[in-house]
Design a protein around this ligand. Sequence first.
Ligand SMILES: [Mg+2]
Length: 109
Amino acid sequence: MEINEYQNRTQDTAVYPGGGEKGGFEYTLFGLCGEAGELANKYKKVLRNQDTYLNNAGKLADELGDVLWYVARLAAELGYTLEEVASFNIDKLAIRKQYNELKNHGSDQ
Ligand SMILES: [Mg+2]
């Protein structure tokens, strides 16, 4: 599945309040934060059980998928395709690498 096809298909399960100035922006932003927290919490339980992330890759990938869903919907709320967001990010990092700035770049990466 192509990345933009995935984003388009998330629309089928996007059931949340939209419209207005903030529309679904806040809903998807907070949802993304929540799912990232769920991913971290799953890994916390892996650590608590003295297990490894590789032994729990399926469970962690499931939560990662939830994160991806919200990333896709948040990008849509901002008016971007996932491919555009991915391209912006790859281009930004390539420039940082070109100038040897991948490490210690500050607070945004
Ligand atoms: Mg989840």
